[in-house]
Design a protein around this ligand. Structure first.
Ligand code: SAM
Length: 330
């Protein structure tokens, strides 16, 4: 029988492929194969994905036979990611919270040791592309930027209540923005007339100070800085690295994907110190054993996306993956 356009079989097929085609729209995971090659998921292994997001990495870990605990502080990510891997049943467990509290979260579900940990930092494309979340300077939404929608601080509260000096420091430290001072002065002046409420109000104020030049929007660094401050992202990263390291079994791998230099510096320093067996200082008569020595480096330099991935997924261009393996020392 020749199928007609309204054939239910074709319609179902079309719907399925539309769902499939839509999938990456939530978030396209970066450095997938590279991440899997380090974490080496397999039956019998338990891996913590501390940044579940759209569940792309988690799905790949489960497909290769590992059990996965997926942590995210965003309930929208937990419900999307959770639905995506529903077919894996009790091999997957979703946990709401921040990876900065990984130890407590794992205690609550009775897990003492894990065989791998993954952090794929930052925001998902879905969070970025949802105007109501307030992460984007491209579309109008409330100046929010909370990864955890129940979190105590919004970007608007920072922008409207911090002193000009505090804002300047945030823009300089977290955004590495050369015009930090000028933007902070502009904000402090404008908000006396009317508080900042929306993303575009802030983006326009920044653009009046930093003219558009290359491809990047002038507000990129200011928005990055505010997001980091709202979510205390750098503190959370340091805490999460400590806590997940303490749960790794000997042979367990820790893989971290970062998207800007501030994050990468923290991960690099944290791993480097723990991969160093002996410490030496000019004032010491001889080198001393490093009590924090627990890792073997798996990446001497960060792994970056290949040309094909960078073409396919522009977000991957700033991704850096570092990985270490827990030694059987203590
Ligand atoms: C880049 S996305 C992860 C994408 C995911 N690997 C995938 O394949 O779809 C980052 C996710 O981490 C979450 N996140 C960021 N910081 C977090 C934290 N401190 N604790 C828990 N989740 C966090 C965000 O809410 C977001 O969903």
């Amino acid at each position: 029988m020749i199928a007609t356009l309204s054939d239910p079989a074709i319609e179902t097929k079309k719907k399925r492929s539309a769902v499939k085609a839509k999938r990456p729209a939530y978030h396209e995971p970066v450095l997938m194969e590279e991440t899997m090659s380090f974490l080496a998921p397999a039956p019998g292994k338990l891996i913590v994905d501390g940044t579940l997001g759209g569940g792309g990495h988690t799905e790949a870990l489960l497909t290769r036979g590992a059990r996965v605990i997926g942590i995210d502080q965003d309930p929208a990510a937990l419900s999307f990611g959770g639905r995506r891997v529903a077919d894996f049943g009790d091999k997957f467990q979703a946990v709401r919270g921040t990876f900065a509290n990984a130890s407590e979260l794992l205690d609550q579900i009775g897990v003492t040791q894990i065989d791998g940990a993954l952090l794929d930092l930052g925001v998902s494309s879905h969070q970025l592309d949802t105007p109501e979340r307030g992460f984007s300077f491209q579309s109008d939404g409330p100046l929010d930027m909370r990864l955890d929608p129940d979190g105590p601080i919004t970007a608007a509260s920072l922008v409207n209540t911090m002193s000009g000096e505090q804002l300047e420091r945030i823009f300089r430290e977290y955004g590495e923005e050369p015009a930090a001072r000028k933007v902070a002065v502009k904000i402090a002046r404008d908000r006396m007339v009317k508080p900042f409420i929306t993303t575009l109000e802030l983006a326009e104020a920044v653009e009046s100070i930093i003219p558009r030049r290359s491809g990047t929007h002038p507000a990129t660094r200011i928005f990055q800085a505010l997001r980091i401050a709202v979510n205390r992202e750098l503190d959370a990263l340091e805490e999460g690295l400590e806590q997940l390291t303490s749960r790794l079994a000997p042979g367990g791998v820790f893989a971290v994907i970062t998207f800007h230099s501030l994050e990468d510096r923290i991960v690099k320093t944290f791993f480097k110190h723990r991969c160093t067996e002996w410490l030496d200082r000019p004032e010491w008569p001889e080198p001393r054993r490093n009590p924090d020595y627990v890792f073997q480096a798996l990446t001497r330099k960060p792994v970056i996306a290949g040309a094909a991935e960078q073409r396919r997924n522009p977000r991957s261009r700033s991704a850096k993956l570092r990985a270490v393996k827990r030694l059987a020392l203590k």
